[in-house]
Write a protein that binds this ligand. Structure first.
Ligand code: PMP
Length: 411
């Protein structure tokens, strides 16, 4: 009993803590710019038309509609289709013998599988995370006993990428280190390397024999195009073909609006060592990934996987999904411009162009923790204390209110 009595209580999770405070706050207007979840122009969660159509299709097929277990590795329609979304048809076909894919509990579960796999077979390697990064990265890798370190990323003074230092860190890291790379729409900064910079980074990763781990949680949100946003992943798979394993953790939470259904995949692309070796490595890796899944969740959840798998298996629904992605990315883009324009109109001290220059769901506003606190207390505008704002929480009805609140706390 004394053991139980001595367990320390941890502070609430920063992000989910905001959710709790919002639930207990009855002020109006109230604006949630905390968690990264898409909202429509009325501030409501949006069920994608492609998802609605897929659900209707699943329910209409009374012969196959059921709630049976999936295989350990997940729903083949999902894992196969998901690999095509990431790698593109050509690369997926060409590398199919070297790509091992298993379904995961959304992006977090994919990272967890990656961490367990690395802890099993590469336990001595350090996992490098961008500074800053999504808060859960460190926790997920360290929970498996992996050592983590950071590489320079964001320069707060200039609101730009510390590219030279980032590249130097890749080159200086011990050979075979693991680099966690945000595939696109970096969280929390909304700032990605240019294509030219990606070329240099991937080249340095190849030369050092590092392991590249792409975290792809926002494919489609940077540009509106799923293909364009896969640039870095595809470049990595091509350029690291003979040097490094490429791990990809893929989430459909945001781009299919499947947040709570936990749909994702983990993919491992094996370096090309010739047909004979490839043919023995892939099944071995697959068996190890299945061991990890089996001992933890036995088999992954089916319902969301069927929805996304149905979209990916049906060209009409796939096109609808691509259109839905454009709808989301465009509305976020409009809100970025509206917020920046209002701040300029109000002559709010400072330069606000970075709000428009950043991509994806988030803007790293540059507001200080004290300003963020005041926004919440005085204006009922909630964002993360780092100053990260989820732009998806803005709409035509609240953007002016938010700009005025920013203006008040900045002055
Ligand atoms: N990686 C990054 C960078 C993220 O921002 C998120 C979601 N906030 C995830 C992974 C995983 O999200 P989920 O488990 O909901 O797919």
């Amino acid at each position: 009993l004394t053991v139980l009595n001595e367990i320390p209580e941890l502070p609430a999770d920063a992000l989910f803590g905001i959710k709790q405070r919002i639930a207990a706050d009855d002020r109006t207007p109230l604006v949630d710019l905390g968690i990264g979840a898409y909202r429509d122009d009325e501030g409501k969660p949006w069920i994608l038309p492609a998802v609605r159509a897929a659900e209707a299709k699943i329910h209409a097929d009374t012969h196959t509609y059921n709630h049976e277990y999936l295989p350990i590795g997940g729903l083949p329609a999902l894992t196969r289709g998901a690999a095509r979304v990431l790698f593109g048809d050509d690369l997926a076909d060409e590398s199919s013998e070297r790509i091992v894919s298993v379904q995961s509990i959304s992006g977090t579960g994919a990272l967890h599988i990656a961490a367990k796999f690395l802890a099993s077979f590469f336990p001595e390697r350090t996992v490098y995370l961008s500074d800053p990064t999504w808060a859960n990265h460190k926790a997920i890798f360290e929970a498996q006993g992996m050592r983590t370190a950071t590489y320079p990323y964001w320069d707060a003074a200039t609101k730009s990428l510390r590219f030279a230092e980032y590249l130097a860190a890749v080159k200086e890291a011990p050979e075979g280190s693991v680099f966690v790379l945000h595939a696109c729409a970096h969280n929390p900064t909304g700032l990605d390397p240019t294509q030219e910079q990606w070329e240099q980074l991937v080249q340095a990763i190849a030369e050092s024999g590092h392991i590249a781990l792409f975290d792809s949680a926002y494919q489609g949100f940077a540009s509106g195009s799923l293909d364009k946003d896969a640039f870095a992943v595809r470049l990595g798979v091509e350029k690291l073909r003979h040097s490094s394993p490429v791990l990809v953790c893929q989430s459909f939470a945001k781009n299919a609006g499947m947040y709570g259904e936990r749909v994702g995949c983990f993919h491992l692309v094996i370096p090309d060592q010739g047909e004979e070796t490839n043919a023995t490595v892939a099944p071995a890796v697959r068996s190890q990934l299945q061991r990890i899944v089996r001992s933890e969740v036995s088999n992954p959840p089916a319902y969301g996987a069927k929805i996304v798998g149905t979209i990916l298996d049906d060209p009409v629904l796939t096109n609808q999904w691509h259109d839905d992605m454009v709808t989301m990315a465009s509305r976020i883009g409009e809100m970025r411009r509206a917020l920046r324009d209002k701040l300029v109109e109000l002559k709010t001290p400072g330069n606000w162009d970075h709000i428009v220059g950043q991509c994806g769901m988030f803007s790293f506003t540059g507001l200080s923790p004290a300003m963020v606190k005041r926004l919440e207390e005085e204006h009922a505008v909630y964002l993360v204390s780092s100053g990260r704002a989820s732009i998806a929480g803005l709409n035509a009805g609240n953007v002016e209110y938010v700009a005025r609140a920013f203006d008040e706390v900045v002055r």
